[in-house]
Design a protein around this ligand. Structure first.
Ligand SMILES: Cc1cc2nc3c(=O)[nH]c(=O)nc-3n(C[C@H](O)[C@H](O)[C@H](O)COP(=O)(O)OP(=O)(O)OC[C@H]3O[C@@H](n4cnc5c(N)ncnc54)[C@H](O)[C@@H]3O)c2cc1C
Length: 518
């Protein structure tokens, strides 16, 4: 995947069947789907792939236990089906994980046990394992750091876990392999119109400033929480359709909660669920659900959200973590569909919305990472219908995602799937590339070279936040690794010392927002 090659294709073609705006889970799902049907598809992302909400999820491929409690059986059933498909289609990035729900009252084991048995039942043939009731001893054997006071046992159930940004990169690669043109750092700044109808987009290259006009038979707005800006440009109306809800996560060392099993706290003080999940040898704690007014690329965790997570984790465990133990904190905004004047976002529906607007723009928002594929399929169905394109069926249900590999190794290389061999070849050709970019983490210079040459990584942030997940796992280490990464980027593009210095400065400024001030 090479940006210059994609730019060349864009300038040669200039006219597409479908343009998709937004390179998060939703847009990438649409691009893969459209390309799988043989359409000439173009995806434009103004930043890096998954820079928005799609790099900031809880990393669960799940049906949503909470939605089951809300009685939303249809949503859970669809997501469980998609969970099964994703685990089959991208086994190098998605895997099964066991979770324990601790019970501290005698009835809880039976109550949660029934709900999670139903959850498993709904997944049918795509079940990931049997839900089981656990004795207190067995719950403590699985999760030794669980608080034993008044513990009556627990419930064991299974769900999926993944690396969101790595999946985003692999989806971009898959779309390109199927014939789509896919570009990061291209912003859609306006629409070309024929009367009221949108017939193309005006774009600006965020790296060079170059502007361009591109035409299409139909355009999809998959810009998540930013959707209203695009709606304003296409439709001219100022009505707000998105109700952003902030969710934050804290990342701590895995020794605070040993074992390969995650924990789901079934009822927090605000009546939600909270997870503690092993991820890339750290522990991710979250999330929250806070209605916010702002829609910005780098949302800021609120002190009350941080305290909320620490308080709940400490209540259920013997860990006793504090601010000093947090390696990274990250926040994301859920693009929830606004309904009336409702401001309790926890109660807003999590289902997706797809509609064709009077300008012909196809608008898709909401949903979950887990259901990105079915959202893509339904959106492209709608786009075909609205633009009168020749119908052909989506081929994504069993489509193997780039890197597909069933038996991935258990080293950190496993997320690269079939690309692992290519990265190892780089080390064979040049042993200096086996050098690590940070002494406390396994990532090598060979991976950085791979990202620059094959994964459209343009900045230090692209590499440390989304190709590797170091910023999300250990923000201090990411700051320390930034100069080595900037050096490699600068060498590959023969850029100036100033560019390198600016990259490091910009990254440090960004990363300081992922650190907690103690
Ligand atoms: C805290 C939290 C936890 C979550 N946990 C989970 C989970 O565990 N499992 C799960 O399945 N789901 C989870 N979700 C939901 C999931 O992450 C989102 O539904 C999904 O990432 C939304 O993707 P998107 O593509 O719609 O939006 P985004 O990822 O925000 O993508 C929109 C993109 O559009 C781009 N864009 C905006 N304007 C323009 C423009 N003018 N030109 C070009 N590009 C533009 C943006 O830069 C952005 O990259 C979670 C969400 C949150 C907030």
């Amino acid at each position: 995947m090479n940006r210059n090659e994609e730019l060349t294709k864009l300038h040669q073609l200039k006219e597409f069947d479908i343009i998709i705006i937004g390179g998060g889970a939703t847009g990438l799902g649409c691009a893969v789907d459209a390309a799988s049907r043989g359409f000439r598809a173009l995806l434009l992302e103004k930043n890096d792939f998954s820079k928005g909400t799609s790099s900031r999820s809880t990393k669960l491929v799940h049906g949503g236990v909470r939605y089951l409690a809300q009685g939303n059986i249809h949503l859970v059933r669809e997501a469980l089906l998609e969970r099964g498909r994703l685990l089959h289609n991208a086994p190098h990035i998605c895997h099964t994980m066991s979770f324990v729900v601790p019970a501290y009252k005698w009835w809880q084991k039976w109550y949660y046990g029934f709900g999670l048995w139903l959850y498993e039942l709904l997944s049918g043939k795509l079940s990931l394992g049997k839900t089981r009731l656990l004795s207190k001893q067995k719950a403590l054997a699985d999760l030794p750091d669980l608080s034993g006071n008044n513990l009556t046992g627990g419930v064991l159930y299974f769900d999926g876990q993944f690396d969101d940004s790595r999946l985003a990169v692999n989806l971009a690669q898959t779309a390109i392999e199927l014939g789509a043109v896919v570009l990061n750092y291209i912003c859609v700044t306006g629409f070309i119109k024929d009367g009221n109808l949108v017939t193309g987009v005006k774009t600006k290259d965020e790296l060079t400033g170059e502007e361009c006009l591109v035409k299409a038979k139909v355009i999809v707005n998959a810009t998540g929480v930013f959707a209203d800006t695009l709606l304003q440009m296409a439709e001219g109306h100022s009505e707000q359709t998105i109700a952003p809800s902030q969710g934050i996560h804290l990342v701590v060392d895995e020794h605070f909660f040993k074992g390969d099993t995650g924990m789901m706290i079934p009822k927090t003080d605000d009546g939600r669920v909270l997870f503690a999940i092993p991820w890339h040898n750290k522990l991710v704690l979250g999330t929250t659900d806070t209605p916010v007014e702002y829609i910005i690329p780098e949302p800021k965790p609120l002190p009350e959200e941080i305290d909320f997570i620490i308080r709940h984790f400490n209540r259920y465990t013997t860990a006793n973590i504090g601010y000093k133990d947090v390696k990274s904190v990250f926040a994301g905004l859920r693009p929830l569909a606004k309904i009336g004047s409702e401001n309790k976002t926890a109660e807003l529906p999590r289902d997706h919305v797809i509609k064709v607007l009077p300008s012909g723009l196809v608008h898709v928002t909401g949903g979950k990472w887990t259901t990105y594929r079915s959202m893509g399929e339904k959106t492209i169905d709608k786009a075909i219908q609205s633009a009168g394109l020749n119908y052909s069926q989506s081929k994504t249900r069993d489509l193997k995602i780039h890197g597909w590999q069933e038996c991935a190794s258990d080293t950190h290389f496993s997320v690269y799937g079939t690309d692992t061999e290519e990265i190892k070849k780089l080390i064979k050709a040049d042993a200096s590339l086996s050098e690590k970019i940070h002494p406390a983490h396994p990532y090598t210079k060979a991976e950085i070279k791979w990202f620059i040459e094959n994964e459209m990584a343009m900045t230090v942030e692209d590499i440390l936040a989304r190709r590797l997940r170091l910023l999300f796992l250990d923000a201090h280490a990411a700051i320390e690794a930034a100069p080595a990464v900037a050096e490699m980027l600068a060498a590959s593009a023969s850029t100036s010392e100033d560019w390198k210095r600016q990259q490091i400065e910009e990254f440090n400024k960004l990363a300081s927002g992922y650190l907690l001030k103690t």
